[in-house]
Design a binder for this molecule. Structure first.
Ligand code: ADE
Length: 272
């Protein structure tokens, strides 16, 4: 374990110490996707920031939960490097990724929320040597999110929708959010055409949403046996309108959703 650990150590009667809480790693690609999480940490416990590999890792307590919060930046390599540091330098017990995604399935609309059951790299193709999408030598194309963590995250999303969904929809001019569970696909492309999103739908008919980090996080977590869960709010439908829709959703809405979901998720973790 590194010196950057934020584990809580409790002194016992015999003078020993044991670890009670390893921190949760929370990350997003872009600052807008994290909402006010670091500010909330500053107000609650204060923040210790450690810079490692050109990323700032913020250590403290948020909504009662010891956390390490950071920004991965964009793409699968950035995400893999960041989650690897969370695991090795900060000894996180689990990882939660929050952010936005493009809707792929026709029933997944802007303002909806998708919690991954599984993740796949849609741009990974070592055919004919290996089946399309399969990670060579690992023999896997789909990486499962941790079932319990994903269920807790989805429950937090459902509570958000029940308590604030109608008000959010009215405020942001979106439809009342729906929560979906299923496959999220990741690749090093921003998908922004009707042709491209249809091609993804055709080849991966159960894909709900597309983004650029989640499957890399899920693969690294799988390889190190660390539970992970991914939640994405739909900013666009990965078609020709995606760039404008993405930018306005990111700047105006993403943080509000993230705050609302993570607060409920972390408070329930503390209570549970
Ligand atoms: N994240 C949000 N929208 C996306 C899109 N259309 N493609 C890839 N990543 C995204």
């Amino acid at each position: 374990m590194s010196s950057a650990s934020v584990n809580t150590r409790v002194n016992t009667a015999d003078g020993g110490a044991h670890v009670t809480h390893r921190p949760l790693g929370i990350l997003a690609a872009l600052p807008q996707e994290l909402g006010d999480l670091i500010e909330a940490m500053r107000g609650e416990s204060g923040v210790r920031t450690i810079t490692h590999g050109q990323r700032d890792y913020h250590l403290g307590t948020v909504h009662g939960a010891p956390c390490v919060v950071t920004l991965a930046r964009v793409g699968k390599v950035a995400a893999a490097a960041t989650v690897s540091a969370l695991i090795h330098e900060f000894d996180v017990e689990a990882v939660v990724f929050t952010g936005v995604a493009g809707g792929v399935a026709t029933e997944v609309r802007v303002g909806d929320i998708v919690v991954a059951n599984a993740l796949l790299q849609h741009d990974l193709d070592a055919t004919p040597l290996f089946p399309r999408f399969e990670v060579p030598l690992l023999g896997m194309s789909r990486f499962a999110a941790d079932a319990a963590l994903a269920a807790q995250l989805a429950a937090a999303c459902e509570r958000f929708v029940a308590e604030e969904g109608a008000a959010s929809a009215a405020r942001f001019g979106t439809r009342e959010p729906r929560v979906h569970r299923g496959l999220i696909i990741s690749g090093d492309q921003f998908v922004a055409s009707a042709v491209a999103v249809k091609a993804l739908r055709d080849v991966l008919p159960d894909a709900l949403a597309v983004e650029m980090e989640g499957a890399a996080i899920a693969q690294v977590c799988h390889e190190y046996g660390v539970p992970c869960a991914i939640v994405r709010t739909i900013s666009d439908t990965a078609d020709d309108h995606a760039p404008q829709s993405f930018v306005s959703f990111l700047t105006e809405i993403a943080g509000t959703y993230s705050n609302a979901i993570l607060r409920r998720f972390l408070e329930a973790r503390r209570a549970g």
